[in-house]
Design a protein around this ligand. Structure first.
Ligand SMILES: [Zn+2]
Length: 336
């Protein structure tokens, strides 16, 4: 088991009352310590210029070098130290993927700032460099095919944009529809050589456990089986939780546990345990801590007791959406 972390990730402060704050990592660390899981900590390195420029344009990278303070978007502020911390997050993300690949064991990158809203020439939604995309691109030196599964409540528009025309990196996202960043419609399936290699599952407000379970059973796992990746990378956002203050899906901690277990079971069965998790969003500290602790516990086949387990969606509220996704995606994948 590998946890990639550095104290420097706590030094990234957007504004004092910003939800994407250092207290998120503090809460995760406390939860892991409580369960005796804060160990095997691996230090990151900076991502090199070459590694970052495989994903981001030199012009965009240049715009992140600043001496004062600038707002990339209203809620995504750049300070003089932002780029160096973002580079360390990207470098840590590469290390998490490399360790999972070489050790054949799950890993997790507990990094800040997050990355999945950042595209080749833009940053937004608290994201500057796309950590998971930078890691995926580096792993393409070793793997033929990689799957990225994004379970953050927000659509990973940056990651989707970056790989939209490529068949060698499959992108699957579950997210809440009609909220930031306003992308991720089910008709967005990829283009050109990448057609069929993007799968969007947009759920309406209130959707939770039973719908996510059906999404995993009917779409995510069957597609992964059909695609047959050599490695799985997961954008782990805990903001689809019912306690999260920024969005309104209703996944419980046990719903998260079941999703994470399905992905871990798949990687054990089909990718020699080569799976790496990347911290994206999640703004309620308690649920964030317990879901990450559950994830890391599962790396050691331990089941952490969960507190926030109230199931609110018992009747598969998202069934219609899932049927539509299957209808669209069965042109490309063996789905029923
Ligand atoms: Zn999010």
């Amino acid at each position: 088991m590998t946890i990639v972390f550095d104290e420097k990730y706590m030094e990234h402060i957007q504004t004092l009352d910003h939800p994407e704050s250092p207290s998120r990592l503090r809460a995760i660390r406390e939860a892991l310590e409580k369960h005796g899981l804060w160990k095997d900590i691996v230090s990151p390195r900076d991502a090199s210029d070459e590694e970052v420029k495989k994903i981001h344009t030199p012009e965009y990278l240049g715009s992140l070098y600043i001496t004062g303070e600038r707002a990339l978007t209203m809620d995504t502020i750049i300070h003089p130290e932002t780029l160096s911390i973002a580079r360390l997050a990207a470098g840590g993300s590469i290390i998490a993927a490399e360790k999972a690949w070489s050790d054949r064991k799950p890993s997790i990158a507990l990094v800040r700032p997050p990355g999945h809203h950042s595209g080749s020439s833009y940053g937004m939604g608290f994201c500057y460099l796309n950590n998971i995309a930078i890691a995926a691109e580096q792993m393409m030196k070793k793997a033929r095919k990689i799957a990225i599964v994004d379970i953050d409540v927000h659509h990973g528009n940056g990651t989707q944009d970056l790989f939209y025309r490529r068949p060698d990196i499959l992108y699957i996202s579950t997210h809440q529809s009609y909220i930031f960043p306003g992308t991720g419609y089910l008709e967005e399936v990829g283009e050109g050589d990448g057609k069929g290699y993007t799968i969007n599952i947009p759920f309406e407000s209130g959707t939770g456990d039973s719908s996510f379970e059906m999404a995993m059973d009917k779409i995510v796992i069957p597609t992964l089986d059909d695609y047959d990746p050599e490695m799985v990378l997961v954008s782990l956002g805990v903001d689809a939780h019912y306690r999260d203050p920024l969005a309104s899906l209703s996944l419980s901690s046990s719903g998260y546990a079941s999703e994470i277990s399905s992905l871990l079971d798949f990687s054990k069965r089909r990718c020699s345990d080569r799976i790496a998790f990347y911290l994206e969003g999640g703004y309620d500290l308690e649920s964030l801590g317990e879901v990450v602790a559950y994830t890391v516990g599962r790396f050691e086949d331990r089941e952490i007791d969960l507190k926030h387990t109230k199931v609110r969606d018992t009747k598969c509220q998202g069934k219609e959406t899932l049927e539509e996704v299957v209808e669209i995606q069965k042109r490309f994948w063996k789905l029923q």
